[in-house]
Design a protein around this ligand. Sequence first.
Ligand code: HPA
Length: 245
Amino acid sequence: MSVAIIGGTGLTSLPGLEITRREVVHTPYGTPSGPITHGRYSGKEVMFLARHGYGHTIPPHRINYRANVWALKHLGVKRVIAVAAVGGITERMAPGVIAFPDQIIDYTWGRACTFFDVNLTQVTHIDFTYPYDAELRSILIEAARQAGIDHVDGGTYGATQGPRLETAAEIRRMRQDGCEVVGMTGMPEAALARELGLCYATCAVVSNWAAGVRGETVSMNEIEATLKEGMKKVQQLLTYAVPLL
Ligand code: HPA
């Protein structure tokens, strides 16, 4: 089953991927964030796409999520591992932790969030009770265990609009809502994947305490430094996860 990895901030390329070719895909929804990179990773064929573009130039609210997901489906992808940087809201989501969320609350707005939009023969709804694929999640968790990586199984991912970070009050509200991590790209990506029948799970790298959680403002330098270390762990995790797929 073909697998794709969508890399987020801190993972605009996948070291260790033996690249065979890059493919430009045109979609009915416009252009994906970049060409899809094909290659071998841990002995398997995988595809890679940098969500923010290979030069990290596309902000979260401007990503063409529909084009990205459609392109992967078009190339025969069945499973998508989404890597994403997040802020930690609860105690167990400390910077440096790798988390595999199991729920989502969507606070984004104004994004093209569905394939079932216009020119429909029938209004279409999808079930999204459990937004992440259970089997793919358990593979990622098993890979983290095998790799000896500190991780958290579960938690609600709150998707915010960005590109600004949140206010302390917004994070307080999100905590009351039950969110444990906060990021800007989890939606509509996860829902679009479900609409096209792709198995999708997120590997979230906690890069900072979310706004107000530790009383200080959020430092971009801290985010960058923590992400650098976190993405090394993700790469290691992926070398264990890919053979399990
Ligand atoms: N908020 C939103 N998105 C993020 C954060 C955050 O604190 N850290 C990394 N991505």
